[in-house]
Design a protein around this ligand. Structure first.
Ligand code: SME
Length: 173
């Protein structure tokens, strides 16, 4: 894996939070997201709002966004905030593709420890840890996956998993 590259002027390195700080930040972000969305029906509006407000409240979010199911076995990049993301990911490839295939959340403590190109697709070498959560619609179909990357190792844990699974099911389920 190559060394970190310089971040663009509009991107900041991550700042980790303690579990208690995380819980408080997720509670604030969730309230802001649900208040902003009300009974909004457009998936695109929901996605951009979630990206923007989670990134606003959680300072370790380096890259945040959605990959959407396209056809039988492919993901296509959806709304995101951060540096340039990969455009297409096959089911089973990288963290996002493996979560799309399994339907189960995955937390990666150190992305550089994964086999590159197979277990992890490095769009930006500054991404050091990540969480990927499947996103289900009310009718049980898979909308895609929600991917968050941090520029620090070990930023994501159970607190993120519980808060994100619950938020995504409240908004899309
Ligand atoms: N983390 C992903 C690739 C997408 S980028 O990080 C935006 C993966 O390995 O699935």
């Amino acid at each position: 894996m190559s060394a970190a590259t310089e971040m663009p002027y509009f991107i900041k390195p991550s700042l980790n939070l303690s579990p208690a700080e995380k819980e408080a930040a997720y509670a604030e972000a969730r309230a802001a997201i649900l208040a902003t969305l009300g009974d909004e029906a457009e998936e695109q509006v929901k996605m951009v709002t979630i990206n923007c407000l989670l990134k606003t409240y959680l300072p370790y979010y380096y890259w945040v966004g959605f990959y959407l199911v396209r056809g039988e076995d492919q993901l296509v990049v959806g709304p995101y905030q951060g540096t340039l993301g990969c455009l297409y990911i096959k089911f089973g490839r990288g963290v996002c593709g493996s979560v799309a295939a399994s339907g189960k959340t995955k937390i990666v403590v150190d992305t550089h420890a994964l086999e590159q190109g197979k277990e992890h697709i490095a769009c930006d070498p500054n991404s050091r840890s990540e969480i990927v959560v499947p996103v289900w619609r009310k009718d049980g179909s898979l909308l895609g996956v929600f991917d968050v990357d941090s520029s620090l190792e070990g930023s994501f844990d159970e607190v993120d998993q519980i808060a994100l699974e619950s938020l995504l099911s409240a908004v899309f389920g």
